[in-house]
Design a protein. Structure first.
Length: 307
C-alpha cells in the first residue's frame, strides 16, 4: 500500500528546522496547524510532523483512521522513506477517500481550488464543476467539498455516489506505474494451509475491484507469503484487525479480518511465519481472511503470484 513521489526542494530547510526542534524538545506544534500529535492533527484536520521511528501505520493507528485514508490524503509521500520533520496531512473523521473517488475533503485555512488540485494531482476546474453550489472565492474552513481525481471522475456531479458516477480509481490517478511484476513475485505459498476461495479477486457487478476472500477453518492462522517487515499491525474500520507486510521489490501483502494479531509493527517476518488468527464473520457465518497483494501500491491478482 506504498505511494511514491519526490519531495520538493523548497521544504528541505523547513523540515530540517522542525527536526531540530523535535530532537531538542523545544516545540510540540507550530502556529500553522502543525503538531506532533497524530490524534490532534486528525481532529483538527492539520499536519503531523514525522518523528523518529514513525511509520504511516503507526501514525494512522494513533490517529484512529484507516491507513489507506492516510495514504490517499498524502499522494506525494513515499511511505518507505519517511523523514524526521516531514509533514503529513491528517484526514479528519468527516473526510473520505474511497477507492474509486471522489474524495470528500474538508477545507483547510488558506485553501483554494488550485491549491487543493495541486495537492491531489487534479485540476481546479474539475473541483469547481463537482461543487456547483460552492463559490471558489468563498470557501470556508471546515466546509466539505468533492474532489474528483481525474477527467473521468465525478466532475459533473455533486454529492453523487461513486457507483453511479463511475469515477476512476484514485490510485491510478496518483501512483506511477511500478512496471512489470518483479521476478521475485513467483510461486509464493498461499497464506492459509486449508482454504477455499470464497470470492476471487476482480470487479463486482458495480465495477468495484474486490480483493480475494479465503474461507477457512476455526483457529486457522494466516501466514506470511514472503519474508518482509510488518509495517502495520492494528485495527481498521470495516476490516477488523489487519496486518500489512512489506517485501523486497516494492511488494506488499495484506491480511485482514483477523481475530488475534501475532506480530507487531516493525517486526521482521519470514515466509510461512504466522501473522494472525482468522476471525469469524457473522455476515458470512464463516472464518474468512481477506487477502490482498500490491506492487508499488497497486493491486495485483494473487493468483498470478501464489502457487
Amino acid at each position: 500500500m506504498d505511494q511514491c513521489a519526490l519531495a520538493t526542494k523548497g521544504r528541505t530547510a523547513f523540515a530540517l528546522l522542525i527536526a531540530l526542534l523535535l530532537l531538542t524538545g523545544c516545540a510540540s506544534r507550530s502556529t500553522d496547524g502543525v503538531t506532533r500529535d497524530a490524534a490532534e492533527a486528525s481532529r483538527n484536520g492539520g499536519w503531523v510532523i514525522v518523528q523518529r521511528g514513525d511509520t504511516l501505520g503507526t501514525l494512522a493507528q494513533r490517529a484512529g483512521i484507516p491507513l489507506e485514508r492516510l495514504q490517499r490524503f498524502n499522494p506525494g509521500v513515499n511511505a518507505r522513506r519517511l523523514a524526521v520533520g516531514q509533514r503529513l496531512l491528517m484526514p479528519t473523521q468527516r473526510e473520505r477517500a474511497p477507492y474509486r473517488g471522489p474524495y470528500r475533503y474538508q477545507v483547510r485555512p488558506g485553501d483554494t481550488y488550485s491549491r487543493i488540485a495541486r495537492r491531489f494531482g487534479t485540476q481546479a476546474s474539475q473541483i469547481q464543476s463537482a461543487n456547483p453550489g460552492v463559490r471558489p472565492t468563498q470557501l470556508k474552513v471546515g466546509q466539505l467539498i468533492q474532489v474528483p481525481l481525474s477527467a473521468r471522475g465525478t466532475a459533473s456531479r455533486s454529492g453523487g455516489s461513486s457507483s453511479s458516477s463511475k469515477p476512476s480509481a484514485p490510485r491510478r490517478a496518483s501512483l506511477p506505474d511500478p512496471g512489470a511484476l518483479p521476478g521475485s513475485a513467483r510461486r509464493w505459498p498461499w497464506p492459509l494451509d486449508d482454504y477455499r476461495i470464497a470470492r476471487a479477486y476482480g470487479t463486482d457487478s458495480h465495477g468495484t475491484l474486490q480483493p480475494m476472500l479465503l474461507a477457512t477453518e476455526r483457529d486457522a492462522r494466516a501466514k506470511a507469503v514472503a519474508s518482509g517487515e510488518v509495517r502495520y499491525a492494528g485495527s481498521m474500520r470495516q476490516l477488523g484487525k489487519v496486518v500489512i507486510v512489506h517485501h523486497p521489490d516494492n511488494l506488499q501483502s495484506v491480511y485482514a479480518l483477523c481475530d488475534r494479531l501475532l506480530v507487531e509493527n516493525g517486526q521482521a517476518v519470514k515466509r510461512g511465519e504466522a501473522l494472525c488468527t482468522v476471525g469469524y464473520s457473522n455476515a458470512t457465518e464463516r472464518h474468512d481472511l481477506l487477502f490482498d497483494l500490491r506492487h508499488g501500491g497497486k493491486p495485483v491478482n494473487p493468483q498470478r503470484v501464489l502457487r
